[in-house]
Design a protein around this ligand. Structure first.
Ligand code: S3P
Length: 432
């Protein structure tokens, strides 16, 4: 894929796909609830389809019709032992959430993934589950992973890594444990699982104090299904938001975007940099905050973000780094350790690719420093993505300013945003 620089700005109302995190949960939770769930606007990307196929392979009836999916749930203990190993492609969310859920189901399952997912750390989920007596064998700490489902014991677990995937895996395991499980989160991460479990009638209680969170879940209670309207994904929107900000004469409006306060760090960060972003029509749907967003070309200034931002916008640093490269002053983003264990080592690739584009930048410990300039000379016009969708999309946006940039292995974009190129080109972008 080649991303060319654009002369005119970006203008229009792009169609942003459904939120990836909520889409996964919209299949998982109704599959173990009682009743029928119609899911509207689900993201039909490769990652989500892996979750969907996993539940089909465990006997859940799921009907698909264009953007609507219907899940016929039969309760907490209705899943059947899969006949084959479950293949999850590139999807870390599917892997961590399913490890939790399946560890307290009464059968054996094997989880596999693609080359990149098979390198990602799984002990972060299998270790805390083992404290609950789960029986999980990893392959050197990663996938393939064998889960010998068993009866787990109620436990108190303090999360050692700020991760919604780990928290969600533990919560899904706890649904099938008789007694109260307590999970302590020292820094708050995205809470879509808690929101959906609460609205499906789980016995869940949440206490928040001094930036920490205690979640109590009493398992064994059946959940009742509800219809779900998936809001559009803020993480996917962020690519177009930044492109509109850094390209002159741009004005775009994005509709029905998830604005969950545990996820919207990128909006706060860009506003801190001087971005003209207006949120309007704020409302709730399925207890998730959603809004419409208007973005206008802006002069951006650099900023310093502490590590507390990392939990609120971990997926958005690749595109924020691109925004920082076009600001009028330097930026420092601190505490980016978790970026190293995403779909790729994102910290390494942000640095490598920005430097290839002529941007002066460095990392010190887990902090990223970016020193923008008003003229960039591309050294090598190939962008290395290591099959990481967010690196690919972020550097397409870089290309919209200084292209042409050749984005390698750009088919990874299908894992989260299959319509990215079309939507971008409809706004005035040029990606071929
Ligand atoms: C996700 C949580 C985040 C995020 C990922 C989706 C989720 O991972 O990076 O893209 O849906 O729970 P961590 O919770 O491991 O940081």
């Amino acid at each position: 894929m080649i991303s060319y620089s654009i002369k005119e700005g970006l203008n229009g109302n792009p169609v942003i796909p459904g939120d990836k995190s909520i889409s996964h949960r919209s299949i998982i939770i109704p599959s173990i609830s009682n009743g029928v769930c119609e899911i509207n606007n689900i993201l039909k990307s490769e990652d989500v389809l892996h979750t969907l196929n996993a539940f089909k392979s465990m006997g859940v009836q799921i009907k698909e019709k264009e953007k609507k999916i219907t899940v016929f749930g039969k309760g907490l203990n209705s899943l059947k032992e899969p006949k084959k190993s479950i293949y999850l492609g590139n999807s870390g969310t599917s892997a961590r959430l399913l490890t939790g859920l399946l560890s307290s189901q009464p059968f054996r399952s094997i989880l596999k993934g693609d080359e990149s997912l098979s390198k990602r750390p799984m002990e972060r989920i299998s270790d805390p589950l083992s404290k609950m007596n789960a029986r999980i064998n990893t392959t050197n700490g990663s996938l393939p992973l064998m889960i010998e489902g068993s009866k787990l014991i109620p436990s108190e677990i303090e999360l050692q890594i700020p991760s919604a995937q780990i928290k969600s895996g533990l919560l899904l395991a706890s649904l099938n444990i008789i007694g109260e499980t307590k999970i302590i989160e020292n820094s708050i991460t995205r809470d879509h699982t808690e929101i959906m479990l609460e609205s499906f009638g789980a016995n869940i209680e949440i206490e928040k104090k001094d930036g920490k969170k205690l979640i109590k879940l009493v398992g064994g209670k059946e959940l009742n299904s509800k219809n779900i309207e998936v809001p559009n994904d803020l993480s996917s929107s962020a690519f177009f938001i930044v492109s509109a900000l850094i390209n002159k004469n741009s004005n775009i409006i994005l509709k029905n975007i998830n604005n969950n306060p545990t996820r919207n760090g990128v909006i706060l960060a860009l506003k801190k940099m001087g971005a003209k972003i207006e949120l309007f029509n704020q409302r709730y749907s399925n207890n998730e905050n959603i809004c419409d967003i208007e973005v206008t070309s802006s002069d951006l200034y650099g900023c310093e973000l502490g590590e507390e931002f990392a939990d609120l916008m971990i997926d958005e640093y690749p595109i924020l780094a691109v925004a920082a490269a076009f600001a009028k002053s330097p930026s420092i983003f601190r505490g980016l350790k978790e970026l190293k264990v995403k779909e790729s080592d994102r910290l390494k690739l942000i640095l490598l690719n920005l430097q290839n584009c002529g941007v002066k930048c460095k990392t010190e410990d887990d902090d990223l420093y970016i020193y923008p300039s008003n003229h960039y000379e591309i050294k090598k016009n190939e962008i290395q993505t290591d099959f990481d969708h967010r690196i690919a999309m972020a550097f397409c946006i870089m290309g919209s300013k200084i292209g042409p940039l050749k984005i390698e292995d750009a088919e990874s974009i299908n894992t989260s945003f299959p319509t990215f190129r079309n939507e971008f080109n409809m706004l005035g972008g040029k990606i071929l």
